[in-house]
Design a protein around this ligand. Structure first.
Ligand code: HEM
Length: 441
């Protein structure tokens, strides 16, 4: 081989790492505004974010990062869930033994199961708290109505995912909690019995139910959640980022007003409308391409505004939340083991047989009236929650916690939350054998 060929080969080999790196990451770490914008555009994960984020959205006390924590818990559940699938067998004769294997013989098996269990409980609680934050800051109002509705569906899917996972260890706790839970479905009028049969694949909880719950838990529900979470995030962008009070956009400098525009609306007409609302003193150029979607126009040039580059401001905040969420799950999993009771004994129900904690409010209501507690009231509650953004449309108090102008709406919502919490506490701590009232002390 000639010297020239040798040196070309050598250069190719020595540059290989750098070339491989650059083929994935096109930009060096950004040091200019252009670099920061370009980094956000060219990285798949960062590309899901806006190039700039409003300062108000970065305030820790506005969102408390709850939506992101819910998302990261979902990711932890997906990863630990796939690892658990390598060991688990959805069979009534093997499931419990596999749980014992995880505890006794599989390296880190118990830790894996703990992480999965505590992340699942955490996700139920955090998604609920996130809904409270969205309500109490009036963030469901137009144009975010549909994202609220998606959120309610996500909440129900989260409950259902956790509930279907409950049966899989096939111990006494699992078996009787699901027996109680699914018997509630049987109280629905007209199709109650059929719905219960469809869910269980039999008239009782047994092998068919275990298989159905498994398929729902590992395939159907995670796929539905992933799709809806993706649409949820996409809508946040299309709705102009997170909600904020209108005064956050006022800077003493003339601003273009956001033009709410439904998808498919006449862009030319809306642009004309925008220029009517705009205060004519603006000299800097603004690109209106985002007029196709709702929300503020992207500003180009040095027009002052209250947004900052997402790189590094938003991304470091997200990374911090990710690290804290993972650390939280790891620490809890280190100190507390997921419960595993005796293997299923269909002849000996525990007394009382209790549903998972997030359904204990429901079980408490069922003890007064099977139909109203188990079906009637929960259905009305969900319907009212779904309708909230279509009933309360006035743009007042948006983007602020407990705004005075929203005293009535917030009081009604807090009453709903507190009543449900009280029922849950009664069901958890104050109910003993035969669902009789007992003192926990
Ligand atoms: C799997 C469950 C969910 C995930 C992963 C999720 C994720 C997120 C994230 C990351 C955000 C932006 C940051 C934040 O607000 O913390 C957000 C915003 C939002 N979420 Fe969720 N969410 C979920 C469930 C819900 C529920 C149950 C509701 C309400 C019923 C809801 C309604 C909304 C709305 C309306 C916004 C926009 C809020 C605003 O503009 O201020 N989401 N969600």
């Amino acid at each position: 081989m000639s010297d020239e060929n040798n040196s070309t080969l050598w250069t190719t080999i020595t540059r290989l790492p750098e070339n491989a790196w650059r083929s994935v990451f096109r930009n060096p770490l950004p040091s200019s505004d252009l670099g920061r914008a370009s980094t956000s555009f060219t990285n798949f994960f960062l590309h899901l974010h806006p190039v700039k984020t409003h300062r108000h959205s970065l305030k820790a006390t506005y969102t408390f990062g709850l939506g992101l924590i819910a998302f990261f818990l979902f990711l932890i559940l997906a990863v630990t869930g796939v690892l658990l699938m390598f060991y688990y067998v959805p069979s009534t004769t093997q499931a419990y033994d596999r749980m014992l294997d995880l505890r006794g013989t599989v390296a880190f098996g118990i830790f894996l199961r703990n992480m999965h269990r505590w992340a699942a409980h955490g996700m139920v609680a955090v998604v609920f708290l996130h809904m409270c934050r969205v309500f109490l800051t009036g963030s469901y109002k137009p144009p975010r109505e549909f994202n609220w509705v998606l959120g309610i569906v996500l909440l129900l899917l989260t409950f259902f995912s956790s509930f279907t996972g409950y049966l899989l260890p096939w111990d006494q706790l699992a078996f009787w909690a699901i027996t109680v839970g699914t018997s509630i479905a049987g109280y629905a009028p007209l199709l109650g019995k059929e719905m219960r049969f469809l869910l269980l694949g039999d008239s009782n909880v047994g092998q068919e139910a275990l298989l159905r719950f498994y398929v729902l838990h590992v395939a159907v529900l995670p796929a539905a959640l992933s799709l809806l979470v993706a649409i949820h995030f996409w809508r946040i962008r299309k709705d102009g980022g997170l909600s904020r009070p209108p005064e956050e956009d006022e800077l003493g400098t003339p601003q273009l007003q956001p033009v709410p525009m439904p998808l498919g609306a006449d862009v030319a007409a809306a642009t004309a409308k925008a220029s009517v609302i705009a205060i004519p003193a603006i000299e800097k150029r603004r690109y209106g391409i985002q007029g196709l979607v709702r929300g503020p126009f992207t500003k180009v040039g040095n027009v002052p505004d209250r947004s900052v580059f997402s790189w590094p401001n938003l991304f470091t905040a997200e990374l911090l939340i990710f690290v804290l969420t993972v650390a939280g799950v790891l620490v809890v999993s280190l100190f507390f083991n997921a419960p595993l009771e005796e293997p299923v004994n269909v002849m000996h129900p525990p007394n009382p047989a209790k549903a998972p904690w997030y359904f204990l409010g429901l079980q408490e209501m069922v003890s007064y009236s099977a139909f109203w507690g188990g079906i009637g009231i929960p259905t009305i509650e969900v319907l009212i929650l779904l309708l909230v953004p279509y009933l309360d449309r006035k743009q007042i108090g948006v983007g602020r916690w407990f705004a005075r102008e929203r005293l009535l709406a917030n009081s009604l919502f807090m009453t709903f939350v507190i009543v449900n919490l009280i029922l849950m506490v009664i069901g958890t701590f104050f109910r003993g054998p035969n669902w009789e009232f007992v003192s926990p002390w």
